[in-house]
Design a protein around this ligand. Structure first.
Ligand SMILES: Cc1ncc(C[n+]2csc(CCOP(=O)(O)OP(=O)(O)O)c2C)c(N)n1
Ligand SMILES: [Mg+2]
Length: 567
């Protein structure tokens, strides 16, 4: 077996279906994948490929694979892996590297230390010294990616092993670790004492609140978190990463808290006296730069990563264990506890529910203002989208304002892996939505929410979507500017620097049609609902370019105290 065959056959044994990559010269790998029946997905850049692989992993709970050719291809992969690194997404990136015979000799596309490029954004990073080591290094890469705190890994293979190689390993020992087909692998249980401590602290609580972080989705624990919240009648907020762990339509749901959030969710977090944090590192985005919760609140923190304990806030109880296993034990303990028979915090639940109802009313009022021709109100657009969303749909949001609009306003009608967002890299959303649709197959529709700034990064991948036949609906909320930047100038600095943020008014609907997709430009608010209906009904890739008001500012907290957001 040569390297390509070893890679192809190993992936097949792990049940891998897809390989997301922008090609380089390493034909042995492509032949190995083809012979193993792994489907090759070709987008228009390594960054798109990584975003697709990343979204695929986040939505399936399985490790995913991508690639970059030695030098420039590898370098582009790095910029895509950043988001997987933040989101703890197990993307395995294989790169070829300079032929060992010419390393350090100014070889074409050579980077002397290519591994160093990946070192800060991967969990593990290994060079394959010879063919004999490839099977075990591949297994280790997968194990590193899916076990402990999941995350991206990198394998570097010198090109003497990947291009037209005569080397072969006749007796390659290929086997897999079944536990590593999904993540998080090798889950840890809580101790009985951990569970007792939670019930003990809750017995003294008057205003408890649950925070669902991304770890709840990673651990596939959404049914358990719903059950736990219901058994004890505890309201639930989420981080942007954990948004879809709890349906926003649930009577105990409050919404996303943090910097890109619902105002009401931050208000509720501020009031709680006991904060049960599940699968979150309590970073700045979730805690409003550590101004939430109140310093008096007792924190019960459940996470599989011991290094997040105490990193940001002081915990009353720290449980280092898997979210699903911990919640299963907590449900049992809660059922046995008097707390489940006579809810001591009914008044708190009613208070939270009336706060959420007030927020909903305020949002509906704002969404009733449709905006002007060419300056449509984004609240109106998202409210219209909510009417069309089904419990099966998956929403993929880009970052900045798009992350805030989507986090605060998009309804999740059933819990599960239904919402993912870029953890920070502008432009990730659109290619990620294609990976999401590959993951979903025909089990649901994917709707991507991106700005024109985000869409500009990977416009060419409309062709990818059309070629592969992915019926993603892409909403480009187009204000012909990087509005986040524009507003920071306007409100914080009381000036404008248009050359830093303003673009031409591009019609992405027409662009989409040129690529063979369905496309419309929506300038009149009265066209929004009809256009959404048509895009969702086409059954093919659809782009709606919606001309939104460049003055509209999203539900973010950055302008405080310069400006108060509305909801
Ligand atoms: C790769 C990358 N570059 C830059 C940024 C900073 N950034 C965040 S949001 C944003 C503006 C996004 O513009 P657009 O997608 O058009 O949305 P809008 O703000 O106009 O609503 C920028 C430049 C980033 N997060 N990631
Ligand atoms: Mg914009």
């Amino acid at each position: 077996m040569n390297a390509g065959q070893i890679i192809g056959q190993t992936l097949k044994l792990y049940g891998v279906e897809y390989f997301f990559a922008f090609t380089g010269g390493d034909q042995d790998i492509w032949l190995g994948l083809r012979d193993a029946g792994i489907k090759y997905i070709l987008p228009h850049s390594e960054r798109s490929a990584v975003a697709m692989a990343d979204a695929y992993a986040r939505l399936t709970g399985k490790p995913s694979f991508t690639y970059g050719q030695s030098g420039p291809g590898a370098a582009v992969c790095v910029s895509g892996l950043v988001d997987a690194y933040w989101a703890k997404s197990p993307v395995i990136c294989i790169t070829s590297d300079t032929h060992s015979a010419v390393q350090y000799r100014h070889a074409y596309q050579g980077i002397d230390d290519q591994q160093a490029l990946f070192s800060t954004i991967t969990k593990w990073n290994a060079r394959v010294p010879n063919l004999t080591r490839l099977p075990d290094i591949l297994r280790s890469a997968i194990r590193f990616a899916v076990s402990g705190v999941p995350g991206p890994v990198h394998i570097d293979i010198p090109s003497e092993l990947t291009i037209f190689t005569k080397d072969s390993l006749p007796d390659a020992q290929l086997y897999i670790e079944p536990e590593c087909k999904k993540f998080p692998a090798y889950r840890h249980s809580p101790t009985p004492n951990d569970i007792d401590r939670v019930i003990e602290v809750l017995a003294g609580a008057q205003k408890p609140l649950i925070l669902c972080g991304g770890g709840v989705l990673m651990s596939e624990a959404w049914n358990e978190v719903n059950r736990f919240a219901e058994v004890l009648s505890i309201p639930v907020v989420a981080s942007a990463a954990g948004k879809s762990a709890f349906a926003t339509t649930h009577p105990l749901a409050v919404g996303v808290t943090g910097n890109y959030s619902r105002k009401v969710a931050n208000d509720v977090v501020e009031k709680c006296d006991t904060y049960i944090v599940i699968g979150s590192n309590l970073g700045d985005m979730t805690t409003k730069r550590w101004r939430l919760p109140s310093p008096n609140a007792k924190i019960i923190h459940i996470d599989l990563d011991p290094t997040v304990m105490g990193a940001n806030l002081k915990e009353e109880v720290s449980i280092v264990a898997d979210a699903k296993l911990t919640l299963q034990s907590l449900i049992e303990a809660a059922n046995e506890s008097p707390l489940s028979r006579a809810c001591p915090w009914t008044g708190w639940v009613h208070e939270v529910q009336s706060m959420v109802a007030g927020w909903r009313k305020a949002f509906e009022n704002l969404a009733e203002k449709h905006g002007e021709i060419g300056a449509i109100n984004p609240y109106f657009v998202l409210s219209a989208l909510n009417h069309f969303l089904t419990p099966e749909d998956v929403v993929v949001a880009d970052t900045g304002y798009m992350g805030a609009y989507a986090a605060a306003l998009v309804e999740v009608k059933a819990p599960g892996r239904k919402y993912i967002r870029t953890a920070g890299s502008l432009g990730w959303g659109f290619p990620a939505s294609l990976g999401a649709q590959v993951a979903l197959g025909d089990k649901g529709r994917v709707i991507c929410i991106t700005g024109d700034g985000g869409m500009g990064y990977h416009t060419a991948d409309i062709e990818t979507a059309v070629r592969i036949g992915l019926p993603v609906v892409i909403l480009v909320l187009n204000n012909s500017t990087l509005a986040f930047e524009y507003h920071l100038q306007k409100y914080m600095y009381k000036t404008e620097i248009p050359e830093v943020n303003d673009f031409l008014n591009i019609d992405y609907g027409a662009v989409a049609r040129a690529f063979g997709a369905y496309g419309e430009k929506v300038t009149n608010p009265t066209e929004v609902a009809g256009a959404l209906q048509r895009a969702l009904d086409t059954g093919k890739t659809a782009v709606l370019d919606i001309a939104i008001d460049r003055e509209h500012y999203a539900p973010v907290v950055y302008y405080e105290p310069f400006m108060q957001r509305e909801v």
